[in-house]
Design a protein around this ligand. Structure first.
Ligand code: NAD
Length: 291
């Protein structure tokens, strides 16, 4: 009888450290050549605990990679005009190559307006319509960090993904759609599954690469997975197990792991790669600025 290959649990923290190490080296080489230190500005409105932690981790990572970084904090009750003014000023600063406004914003502020106001060449979240258009027309410059992180994982794990059937669960602007576009550009055959898809599990069972970006805790069980598939779990869902708060993904890890070739855990999979890709985008933005 043929031996079953053991599943590989992809260590996103280790991959992220590796990526940051590579970028730190690049940043050092830049500064030695007299090129400007890449600069990242993060704007945080209010004191949402999750956003505060995300921002802290982003800045810590930026500093580790040798970037110049700053956080601009605004009160939760700030006006749209005050937020606009901050973004306009950052757009004009020569020492800032990347601008990130931490989302979600308080309800009285317009996210769409702020996304549109950020200079597209400094839009390290890749949400500006110019960057969305460049990605979908095959001229990507700044790409949303989470799908970019998923592609880094896939390329490092699988090498060439050309010809693979990739199924993306979810069609949001920040994960699902850019993910599908990136996979398409890597020559995968791509299907997108969403909340209105009929028999989503049957489609997912055809996937060589399955990316879950749904926001439904442990939706994907082994009935959704083709044997030998590579499964990327983007979901971060807070649940309570035995009275303890726990983060779980969109994939039921324990149920699925045995069936696939490789899988990302939650936490410690896609999350750390998202932050590393923010640094990558800031470096990309700085390089574009050099030209
Ligand atoms: P979203 O709510 O904007 O989109 C969810 C998508 O899932 C929608 O397109 C919807 O059509 C689809 N969907 C919902 N229920 C479905 C079902 N039963 N079957 C098939 N499709 C269904 O969410 P999002 O912003 O794309 O985030 C998705 C998940 O990824 C969330 O858990 C979020 O917390 C997580 N996330 C993680 C990171 C990270 O760094 N790891 C970054 C961004 C988002």
């Amino acid at each position: 009888m043929q031996e079953k290959t053991p599943v590989k649990v992809i260590d996103g923290r280790q991959l992220s450290d590796l990526l940051i190490e590579e970028m730190t080296q690049e940043v050092n080489e830049r500064t030695q050549k007299g090129l400007p230190q890449p600069g990242l500005a993060v704007v945080l409105v209010g004191e949402d605990p999750a956003s505060t932690i995300y921002v802290r981790n982003k800045i810590r990572c930026a500093e580790k990679a040798g970037l110049f970084s700053l956080v601009i904090r605004l009160d939760a009750s700030c006006t749209q005009q005050a937020l606009d003014d901050v973004v306009v000023e950052l757009n004009e600063r020569d020492d800032i190559h990347g601008i990130l406004v931490q989302l979600p914003l308080p309800k009285h502020l317009s996210e769409a307006r702020i996304i549109n106001l950020i200079d597209p060449t400094k839009d390290v979240d890749g949400f500006h319509p110019v960057n969305v258009g460049l990605l979908s027309s095959g001229q990507a410059k700044l790409v949303p960090c989470t799908p970019l992180g998923c592609m880094e994982i896939l390329e490092r794990e699988m090498g060439d993904v050309s010809g693979k059937h990739a199924v993306v669960i979810g069609r949001s602007n920040i994960v699902g759609k850019p993910m599908a576009n990136l996979l398409l550009q890597a020559n995968c055959t791509v299907s997108i599954v969403h909340s209105k898809t009929i028999d989503a599990a049957a489609l997912c069972r055809q996937a060589d690469i399955l990316v879950a970006a749904v926001g439904v805790a442990e939706l994907v069980d082994q009935n959704w997975v083709k044997p030998g598939a590579v499964v990327i779990d983007v979901g971060i869902n807070a649940t309570e197990i035995d009275g303890k708060r726990k983060l779980v993904g969109d994939v039921n890890f324990a149920d699925v792991a045995d069936k696939c070739r490789a899988i990302t855990p939650v936490p410690g999979g896609v999350g750390p790669m998202t932050i590393a890709c923010l640094i990558k985008n800031t470096l990309t933005a700085a390089k574009q600025h050099d030209m």
